[in-house]
Design a protein around this ligand. Structure first.
Ligand SMILES: Nc1ncnc2c1ncn2[C@@H]1O[C@H](COP(=O)(O)OP(=O)(O)OP(=O)(O)O)[C@@H](O)[C@H]1O
Ligand SMILES: [Mg+2]
Length: 505
């Protein structure tokens, strides 16, 4: 102990655990950490029970996993028993040997763990009040449950089924002074939503690997990618990262609001809403770590989350063998891509972002017809060194018709178009989009069919009467002209011989 030059410097237990409480868990993320342990112990059922009793409320998390022997439980309760550098089995969701303790302490002052494994019922407990009052190093691990909760542990042991029970009592970080029963119910809802997302891949399928229950009610999976939804404009096949075994990416663009029912759209947004939930979804051994982030990637500056890219979601799978490279944190809530894969991820994300932006801007309509023909658009965006500018396409039939016949008026018409191009109300559209979470209406959306037909007639008449096109050719041209590609029935209904009275007002 007194070897010269060396001091024994253990942390004081009370102060140490108080400090560890501030790692930044929410109730939901803390519970996810506890459930990780159940999954690693091969549990197929995890039962969460939230019991409301004001200051005496408690939470029970019970699983039917392998359970622990007496020695394993002793080790599980200690901090710093497992070396984060050691290799873990392929399905282990742990890394640091801390989660059970740090997640629990972030929510409660008394943590009791009971387990039924090879040595029969075993139970140990940490009580932060005992640690705070402790002498010396003061790491006093208590045996058995507190008197007030012995019945809960007895009832768990009485079932005789293998598994583990984690009990959180004295929920000082949850049940604060003005916290009421309704707040507890709201909290349960948030936990439900979070777990439905984090463990969705364990909860999916006709025979899911895991059944999660909260107060008896089953947690249903929330799939960020709307797998199987026919209205999705695009998703890529899965691609493996070059030189990084086990790292896989699959890119998705979700359907535009107009392509879903209001209920579907609401359900698809996720716990934090559409804009917040865009980007990469990072899974470690199928368990979600990051639910929507651009991970600091981007061309030049990192991409930020914005309305225009809210339909982009990318699944990124990583194995637990590369935790250090990906800088996994104790809470399992962050991951940073190593340099070797960053360029590859940027490339895939950029493509997804472009497609997502297009789906958003075109209100879910690709600027191609159903037959894949390119649609002539009235506006074109031109990229140049200073940015982007918007130009009216002189070859759009409605514009061409005027230009061709303008004669003496041509300079004035051109001047008018130029003024329109130079005054596109970009700022205004941008603000309106941000405010309404939606691009403004275009393409006659919501207009009566008569309105569309009257404009169609003018163009059709011009093509047939003035340009001498056959009605068949004129109609086929209109079918690939913005915005009439959206109205094939109205185009088909145009008469073979157009008349003067069909002029638009
Ligand atoms: N429900 C459980 N069933 C069986 N064993 C468990 C259970 N919970 C914890 N353990 C054991 O206790 C150990 C410590 O758990 P803890 O969550 O503190 O750390 P970890 O899971 O190893 O790593 P991490 O800090 O990354 O979560 C686990 O490695 C496991 O062996
Ligand atoms: Mg753990």
């Amino acid at each position: 102990m007194n070897k010269s030059g060396v001091r024994h410097a253990p942390p004081r237990a009370g102060a140490m655990v108080e400090a560890l409480r501030g790692l930044g868990y929410s109730t939901a993320t803390a519970l996810a950490d506890i459930i990780d342990n159940s999954i690693a112990a091969r549990a197929s059922i995890v039962d969460l029970r939230f019991v409301w009793a004001g200051k005496f409320s408690h939470v029970e998390i019970q699983d039917n996993g392998d359970g622990m022997s007496a020695a394993q439980l002793d080790c599980a309760m200690r901090l710093g028993e497992k070396n984060p550098l050691h290799q873990r089995s392929e399905n282990d969701l742990g890394r640091f040997g801390l989660g059970l303790k740090t997640a629990s302490f972030s929510q409660c002052r008394r943590l009791t763990v009971a387990t039924l494994g090879t040595d029969g019922l075993q139970c140990l407990r940490w009580d932060l009040d005992v640690l705070a009052a402790g002498e010396g190093d003061g790491w006093h691990l208590l045996e058995g449950a507190d008197g007030s909760s012995a019945a809960i542990v007895d009832s768990f042991g009485g079932h005789g089924v293998r598994g583990t029970l984690v009990l959180w009592e004295v929920l000082d970080r949850v049940v604060t002074d003005s916290f009421r029963e309704q707040d507890y119910l709201d909290l349960i809802d948030r936990v439900d939503n979070h777990l439905a997302m984090v463990f969705h891949r364990f909860l999916e399928g006709t025979r899911p690997r895991l059944t999660l229950k909260i107060n008896g009610k089953r947690v249903l999976p929330w799939d960020p990618f709307l797998s199987g939804q026919p209205a999705k404009p695009w998703h890529s096949p899965a691609a493996s990262a070059p030189g990084m075994p086990g790292v896989e990416v699959e890119c998705h663009v979700l359907p535009h609001k107009d392509r879903l029912t209001p209920k579907e759209y609401e359900a698809a947004q996720g716990p934090d809403g559409w804009t917040a939930q865009q980007g990469f979804y990072v899974y470690r051994n199928q368990r979600l770590l990051v639910a929507g982030s651009w991970l600091g990637l981007g061309q030049g500056r990192g991409w930020t989350k914005d309305e225009a890219h809210k339909l982009a979601r990318i699944r990124l799978d990583i194995p637990n063998s590369a935790d250090a490279e990906w800088k996994i944190d104790i809470r399992k809530s962050t991951a940073r891509p190593p340099v070797e894969v960053r360029a590859w991820l940027v490339r895939l994300a950029e493509e997804t972002r472009i497609r997502a932006r297009r789906a958003f801007a075109h209100r879910g309509q690709a600027p191609r017809t159903r037959n894949g023909e390119e649609v002539v658009q009235a506006w074109q965006s031109e990229k140049f060194i200073g940015g982007v500018r918007y130009r009216i396409d002189p070859d759009h039939p409605a514009v061409r018709a005027v230009l061709d016949e303008a004669n003496a008026l041509l300079p004035q018409v051109k001047a008018m178009l130029r003024v329109l191009e130079e005054t596109v109300p970009v700022q205004r559209i941008w603000l309106d989009t941000a405010e309404n979470h939606e691009t403004p209406r275009t393409s006659f959306a919501g207009e009566a069919p008569d309105e569309v037909t009257s404009v169609l007639n003018v163009m059709y008449r011009n093509m047939v009467v003035r340009k001498g096109m056959s009605p068949v050719l004129a109609r086929s041209r209109l079918l690939v002209t913005e915005p009439f590609q959206n109205y094939p029935e109205l185009v088909a209904a145009l008469p073979d011989s157009p008349t003067e009275k069909d002029q638009a007002k």
